[in-house]
Design a protein around this ligand. Structure first.
Ligand code: SF4
Ligand code: SF4
Length: 315
C-alpha cells in the first residue's frame, strides 16, 4: 500500500523564504479552522516573500504562465526558469529563475506581482500548507488531508486583523483548481519518493518526465508525430481532445508517465505490438537456446575427442 504525501512539511511546493521548520506551526488545521491573515500593498513587508525564494513550477503553472506571457513552452522555460530536482528526488523539474540585485522573482515590481491572476501554485498556498496522506488511487481522501500554517518572522500579514476559515482563504486564493490540476503530477513525484532512489529510473525516463512536465508543445509532437500511436491504443475521443486542448494533453501526460515510469494502469499497448514483442522475446529465447545447444554439442565433441585420445594412449 503506497502512501502519498502531496505536500509535506518541508515541501518545495509552498513558497517560503525560510526553510526553518520551526516556522511551521505544529497544529493540524481543518477547512473550518480559523486564520488571521491578510496580504495587501500596505503591509510593511509587501513583496518581501517574492525574493530569495524557491518556487517550483508545476506543469499547470507553466501552462498558465506561458499563455499569459504568450510564449511557446520552451521559450518560457528558458527565459524564466532554471532546472532543479523535485522534493528531494532525482526527478527533474524547474523553479523560477530569480534575477536582479535583490534576487527577486522576475514578475515582482514594487507595486506587486505582475502575473497575480496567474501566479504559481506555491504563491497561492502561502502561508497555508497542505498535507495529504492517503493510499494512491483513491479519490476521496478528505479524511486524510490536513493543513498547517507557516509563520515566518518577516511576514507581517499575520498581524492584520482580517479573519478567515482555512476553507475561505483557500477559495479566495484559487487553490482548489490548482490542487485538482497538480494532483496526478505530484503523485508521480511522491511515488518516486516512496520507491526510494535505489530503484533505478533510466535517464531516458527522467528526460521524458522533464519534457512532458515542462514542454507540452513537444509532448504533443511526441504523441502525434512519433510511433507513439502505433504502440498505444488511444480512443478517438481522447485523441481529439488532446490534439486541441492543452489541459487535456497535460492530464494525459500524467497518465502516460504513471504508466511508463511506474507501471500504473491507464494506457493500453496495441495487441499487435504485444504479439510482436512476445515473438521477439521468443525469437531471442530460441536463439539463446540454439546457442546453448551448439555450445553443449561442441563441449561434448571436445570431451569425446579427449576421451578417445586418452584411450589411444593407454593402448
Ligand atoms: S509569481 Fe508573483 S507572487 Fe509569486 S513570487 Fe513572483 S511576484 Fe511574487
Ligand atoms: S504579508 Fe507575508 S505574504 Fe504578504 S507580502 Fe508580506 S511576507 Fe509576503
Amino acid at each position: 500500500m503506497a502512501t502519498d504525501e502531496y505536500i509535506d512539511n518541508d515541501s518545495d511546493f509552498i513558497k517560503s523564504t525560510d526553510k526553518n521548520p520551526s516556522n511551521i506551526l505544529p497544529e493540524k488545521l481543518t477547512l473550518a479552522s480559523r486564520l488571521r491573515f491578510e496580504c495587501h500593498p500596505k503591509v510593511s513587508c509587501f513583496t518581501a516573500c517574492c525574493h530569495n525564494i524557491k518556487i517550483i513550477l508545476t506543469p499547470y503553472d507553466i501552462l498558465i504562465l506561458r499563455k499569459r506571457l504568450n510564449l511557446p513552452a520552451h521559450e518560457f522555460v528558458t527565459e524564466y526558469t532554471e532546472p532543479t530536482y523535485l522534493e528531494k528526488t532525482d526527478m527533474p523539474g524547474v523553479q523560477i529563475k530569480l534575477a536582479g540585485e535583490k534576487n527577486g522573482c522576475p514578475f515582482v515590481t514594487p507595486e506587486g506581482c505582475t502575473v497575480y491572476q496567474d501566479r504559481p501554485t506555491a504563491c497561492r498556498y502561502y502561508p497555508v500548507g497542505m498535507a495529504d496522506f492517503h493510499e494512491g488511487g483513491t479519490n476521496d481522501a478528505a479524511e486524510d488531508k490536513f493543513f498547517f500554517l507557516v509563520k515566518e518572522p518577516h511576514c507581517k500579514g499575520h498581524e492584520e486583523p482580517k479573519e478567515w476559515t482555512i476553507g475561505d482563504w483557500r477559495a479566495d486564493q484559487g487553490v482548489d483548481l490548482r490542487d485538482q490540476m497538480n494532483k496526478e503530477w505530484l503523485r508521480l513525484i511522491m511515488r518516486r519518493k516512496s520507491f526510494g532512489l535505489q530503484a533505478t529510473l533510466s535517464e531516458a525516463a527522467k528526460r521524458m518526465f522533464f519534457m512532458a512536465s515542462t514542454d507540452l508543445d513537444t509532448f504533443r509532437k511526441f504523441i502525434f508525430e512519433s510511433s507513439f500511436l502505433d504502440t498505444y491504443d488511444v480512443d478517438a475521443e481522447t485523441l481529439a481532445k488532446i490534439k486541441e486542448d492543452d489541459v487535456e494533453l497535460m492530464l494525459f501526460s500524467f497518465k502516460y508517465l504513471a504508466n511508463t515510469l511506474f507501471g500504473a494502469p491507464g494506457l493500453t499497448i496495441r495487441q499487435e505490438k504485444v504479439k510482436a514483442k512476445v515473438e521477439e522475446i521468443k525469437k531471442r529465447q530460441d536463439e539463446a537456446l540454439q546457442q546453448a545447444e551448439k555450445e553443449y554439442e561442441e563441449l561434448k565433441a571436445e570431451r569425446d575427442r579427449m576421451e578417445q585420445e586418452k584411450a589411444a594412449k593407454k593402448k
